[in-house]
Every structure is written in structure tokens, then in C-alpha cells.
Design a protein around this ligand. Structure first.
Ligand code: NAI
Length: 316
């Protein structure tokens, strides 16, 4: 029925992933894009992906690929994609003016119940939703690429977003198998990218200062920290690495502060260092489209297997 429909605005990389996730949860999905050809591409691409996933035993949800595909349809205009939907997920390119235009358009055609959600990675809700009549129903739901294999969704409210909007979006994300978390107040980079940039910043500095090679730096994450981080976060790591958090802080906070004081300013990301890092990266993955695509495919397959593993071990 219409109340089980989600509208997707913009069906590039991210819009397609959302479409697959909503269909896996049994929702009807209506696709809209400014380019009709993009909708045809998306439908074709989603069909191929779902068939492959089904063959690999990695299709999400309880419906077959054909059943899920039958839930997804293209729309010739934005009104049709919105009609009867309980959730609209905006996935147009990362451009504030373009997104504001889309939300103004949506604002003028929606009722008081539908949720208007943006996939933006770094635009602030206060900028995106400023002045909308339906601002209470607006929220950012930021996915992580590739969303089909990485379940986290950051929910970021506008100061005027209604608590029920956050709660409903949270529940919906869980229903489609994603893992939502709440960012209580908007902040540049939200939470995921703030953590990611902190890591990139220190990684860059260590390489620039000749302390470690770029490929060895990456090993520290993939063979070290990342092994834990797929299961427990940095705070729980502290908790477990002593007799609880308080004991960890008693034992290690002075040592941490001593090291943290040696961190430097924001890196310049100079061309010289970028070239040095690139050279090392290209030994394993040459930076032409074919090699990059093959490596991404390998990454996605690893993530798919990790997701399977996590679903087996998680219940604790
Ligand atoms: P994309 O470029 O692959 O897709 C954008 C789609 O929007 C295209 O199909 C384009 O034709 C369509 N479009 C452009 N103008 C439109 C309009 N006026 N009305 C309807 N459709 C329109 O972009 P992508 O990568 O899917 O990103 C979409 C959003 O998701 C961005 O805000 C991005 O920051 C965010 N995001 C992207 C991630 C990524 O890794 N690609 C990760 C998390 C969020």
C-alpha cells in the first residue's frame, strides 16, 4: 500500500543503494531522477546486483530478488515519487543550492506526515532545511558507502526537527536492516567524518615526517585497529583493556595526554606528500579506472563476508 512506500530523489550510487535497502524491507520504492535515462540505468543495475546477491546468498530481507524488484518502479516526475510515500530520501549531488531547491519543491507538495530525509555527507541541516514549512519533518540520514554492506546511518536533526521525526526515522532504518545512530546536535562532518578526518590527519603527518611508509600506515589499520573496530569501538576498547573505563583512565590518561600533546597542526595536504602517498598506493592498486574498480569490487566482497560473519557472532 501507499503508506509502505519510500520515494528516492536522485538515483545515482547512493539512491540505488537506498532503493535496494527499502525493497529488502518490503517497502514499495518509487524512483525519481532529473534524467529519465538514470532511472532506466538504476533499474537495470539494481536488477543485476540483486540477482548476483541472491546467487551469493547475500540478498537482504526475506523476499526473493524478483519479489523485491517488483516493488521498485520509476516515476516521470517528483510529484509521483512523493505521492503516498511515508519517507522521502533525497540523493541528489552534494550541492547546497541544488538540495535547497529540491527541498523547497518537496515542501510545497508534501503533507504533514511524510519524512523528508537527506543523504548529505557534510551539509548542515540548519542550512539545508532553513525556512521550510515542514521543517519538523526534516532530517539528515547520512549513509556510509557502500550502504548495502555498511549498515551505519547517522541521523542528524535540524534544531526544529520534531523528536518523533528522529524516532520514526530511527525505527525505519532498523526495519530495513541498517544501524542508525543519533547525532544530538549538528556539527561539521557529523561524527563519522570527524573521526575519519582525525585518523587521516595523523596518518598524513606520520607519513610526511617519514615515520612510516604509506602502505605500512594502512596496515596498522587493516591488520591492527580495524580488527577490533569491526566489533567494538574505541570507548569500549578502553573499557575492556583495563578493569573498566575508570581504571583505564586512572592508568593511561597521563600517557595519552603526553602523546596527544605531540600532535601537530592541520596538515596542508601538499602536492609533494600526495604524490609520495600515491606512488606507494599505486604499487598495489594502479590509479586507472579498471584497477580501481576491481579493487572496489574486492573490497565490497570482503565487506559482504564481514557482514555475514557479524550477523553470526553479534547476538551477545
Ligand atoms: P551521484 O552523482 O552518483 O547521483 C546523483 C543523482 O542525482 C544523479 O543520478 C543525477 O542525475 C541526479 N540529479 C541531479 N540533479 C537532480 C535533480 N534536480 N532532481 C533529481 N535528481 C537529480 O551522487 P551520489 O554519490 O549518489 O551522492 C548523492 C548524495 O549522497 C550526495 O549528497 C552525497 O554527498 C551523499 N553521499 C554519498 C556517498 C558516496 O560515497 N557516494 C556516501 C554518503 C552520502
Amino acid at each position: 500500500s501507499a503508506s509502505r512506500a519510500a520515494g528516492i530523489i536522485g538515483v545515482g550510487v547512493i539512491g540505488r543503494s537506498w532503493a535496494m535497502l527499502f525493497a529488502s524491507g518490503g517497502f514499495q520504492v518509487k524512483l525519481y531522477d532529473i534524467e529519465q535515462q538514470q532511472i532506466r540505468n538504476a533499474l537495470e543495475n539494481i536488477r543485476k546486483e540483486m540477482k548476483l546477491l541472491e546467487q551469493a546468498g547475500a540478498l537482504k530481507g526475506s523476499l526473493s530478488a524478483e519479489e523485491q524488484l517488483s516493488l521498485i518502479s520509476g516515476c516521470p516526475n517528483i510529484q509521483e515519487a512523493v505521492e503516498g510515500a511515508m519517507h522521502i530520501q533525497e540523493c541528489v549531488p552534494e550541492d547546497l543550492e541544488l538540495k535547497k531547491k529540491i527541498f523547497a519543491q518537496l515542501d510545497s507538495i508534501v503533507d504533514d506526515r511524510v519524512i523528508l530525509s537527506s543523504s548529505t555527507s557534510c551539509l548542515m541541516p540548519s542550512k539545508l532545511f532553513a525556512g521550510l514549512v515542514h521543517v519538523k519533518q526534516c532530517i539528515v540520514a547520512h549513509p556510509v558507502n557502500p550502504p548495502y554492506y555498511i549498515p551505519l546511518v547517522e541521523l542528524v536533526p535540524h534544531p526544529e526537527t520534531a523528536p518523533t521525526t528522529v524516532d520514526r526515522t530511527h525505527a525505519l532504518m532498523k526495519k530495513i536492516g541498517q544501524c542508525p545512530m543519533r547525532v544530538q546536535k549538528e556539527v561539521a562532518g557529523f561524527v563519522l567524518n570527524r573521526l575519519q578526518y582525525a585518523i587521516i590527519s595523523e596518518a598524513w603527518r606520520l607519513v610526511e615526517e617519514g615515520i612510516v611508509s604509506p602502505s605500512d600506515l594502512d596496515l596498522v589499520m587493516s591488520e591492527g585497529l580495524g580488527m577490533r573496530y569491526a566489533f567494538i569501538g574505541p570507548l569500549e576498547t578502553m573499557h575492556l583493556n583495563a578493569e573498566g573505563m575508570l581504571s583505564y583512565c586512572d592508568r593511561y590518561s597521563e600517557g595519552m595526554k603526553h602523546v596527544l600533546k605531540t600532535f601537530g597542526p592541520i596538515p596542508e595536504f601538499s602536492r609533494a606528500t600526495a604524490e609520495k602517498v600515491n606512488q606507494d598506493m599505486c604499487v598495489k592498486v594502479p590509479d586507472d579506472p579498471e584497477h580501481l574498480a576491481a579493487r572496489r569490487q574486492w573490497r565490497d566482497e570482503c565487506l559482504m563476508r564481514l557482514a555475514k560473519l557479524k550477523s553470526q557472532v553479534q547476538p551477545q
